[in-house]
Design a protein around this ligand. Structure first.
Ligand code: HEM
Length: 372
């Protein structure tokens, strides 16, 4: 039987050059900011966005175009996440929904049509491109699958393709970059954690080379840092709303068919009956522990659970660990004078840092060529 995880891993291996290429650009950018404050979240978001869009539709846009597209998407994704998390009276009083009293629906329609327009453009460009069939990206795969799929029961339409692209871009960017920003903030706030991470990096990577994908599985303490970050700051604190297709009884409560169910994973991850010192950032609690990202244990499931579990866990793991390892191996970081390091959260459908992390890099590696 085909093992889906080995296919996912092989696919992720085959696009490592994209992650590496974008990461080297980020390292060069940060090196150029030596001694000056860097907005970590913003830079990481842009890089993750470039990795994902490159994997989805490759180099369909040139270097300058990608920057603009990145900035445009960041705005759109942020606006959409804000709207998704905004309490809407129409949800509580469906009779009022047609008046759209807060304008949430109108705003969402406008946003969707901007996103739709962007994806139309990308797909249109690809359709016109000569030799497009040689491309190996997700968009090309979907378009060819659509053209060859004659099954009327399961048609794949351009609308489906746009929805899939949107799911990947919105589901993969803010989530990964916010996790990296929270992890960097917690590491900065806990010098003993920073020391342990850098010692591990020195033992596994050394100071004469750069972090590669092949090092990641050897960084067990950094893996524990990622788990602990997602315990304290699960970036989707209520997961994604679920909706039972049949009326169900859970723990004695009747959940009617069609209800909208939010699972408060944020509160579960801080429950003192499960976690010792739940508010403390202590990655060591995950070393050799039973907790993983599989969603099989309802005391720890930052990627959700069951059929609708996150579709991008393997990619998220590789991205978050590779970014953290590279940023902490290549640079020492300090807090600007007079600034306070704050890890408080801004609650929404996506959990964000209340104030952006702004820190100052200095190079750690002796050979300047390693920053090119
Ligand atoms: C640290 C990073 C990430 C976190 C914490 C995260 C977390 C989650 C969570 C909690 C869900 C909802 C699961 C549920 O309700 O049971 C979800 C769904 C999803 N995620 Fe992620 N995610 C991350 C990164 C990614 C990446 C990199 C991608 C793809 C590029 C991705 C694609 C998706 C998709 C497509 C869904 C919807 C799955 C479905 O409804 O069937 N995610 N994610």
């Amino acid at each position: 039987m085909i093992n889906p995880y080995s296919i996912i891993n092989a696919t992720l291996d085959s696009v490592y050059h994209i992650r590496r290429n974008e990461m080297r650009k980020l390292v060069a950018y940060v090196y150029g900011c030596m001694g000056s404050p860097v907005k970590v979240g913003e830079q990481v978001f842009l890089t993750v966005m470039n990795v994902i869009t490159n994997m989805m539709w490759g180099g369909a846009v040139d270097e300058a175009g990608r920057e603009t597209l990145g900035a445009e998407f960041r705005g759109l994704v942020a606006e959409m996440m804000n709207l998704l998390g905004k309490p809407n009276v129409s949800d509580f009083y469906p009779g009022l929904a047609r008046f759209d009293l807060q304008g949430v629906e109108t705003h969402m329609h406008a946003l969707m049509s901007r996103l739709d327009h962007t994806f139309e453009g990308i797909i249109g460009e690809r359709r016109k491109e000569e030799g497009a069939e040689k491309r190996k990206d997700f968009l090309q795969f979907l378009l060819e699958f659509k053209d060859q799929n004659n099954d009327p029961k399961t048609p794949l339409t351009i609308t489906h393709i746009k929805a899939l692209l949107m799911d990947m871009v919105t589901g993969g960017t803010d989530t990964s970059s916010n996790t990296i920003e929270f992890a960097m903030a917690e590491i900065m706030k806990n010098p003993e954690v920073m020391k342990r991470v850098q010692e591990e990096l020195e033992a596994v990577v050394g100071k004469d080379g750069i972090v590669e994908d092949s090092h990641i599985h050897k960084l067990s303490y950094l893996q524990a840092v990622m788990k602990e970050t997602l315990r304290l700051h699960p970036v989707l604190p209520l997961l994604v709303p679920h909706c039972p297709s049949e009326t169900t009884i859970v723990g004695g409560y009747t959940i009617p068919k069609g209800s909208r169910v939010f699972v408060n994973v944020w509160a579960i991850h801080r429950d003192p009956s499960i976690w010792e010192n739940p508010l403390e950032f202590d990655p060591a609690r995950f070393l050799g522990s039973k907790w993983d990202f599989s969603g099989n244990d309802f005391s720890y499931f930052p990627f959700g659970s069951g059929r609708r579990i996150c579709a991008g866990i393997a990619m998220a793991e590789r991205t978050v660990l590779y970014f953290l390892a590279t940023l902490l191996h290549s640079f020492d970081w300090t807090i600007p004078q007079g600034e306070n390091l704050d890890v408080s959260e801004k609650f929404g459908i996506i959990l964000k840092k209340k104030t952006p992390l702004v820190i100052i890099p200095t190079p750690r590696l002796s050979n300047p060529d390693l920053y090119n």
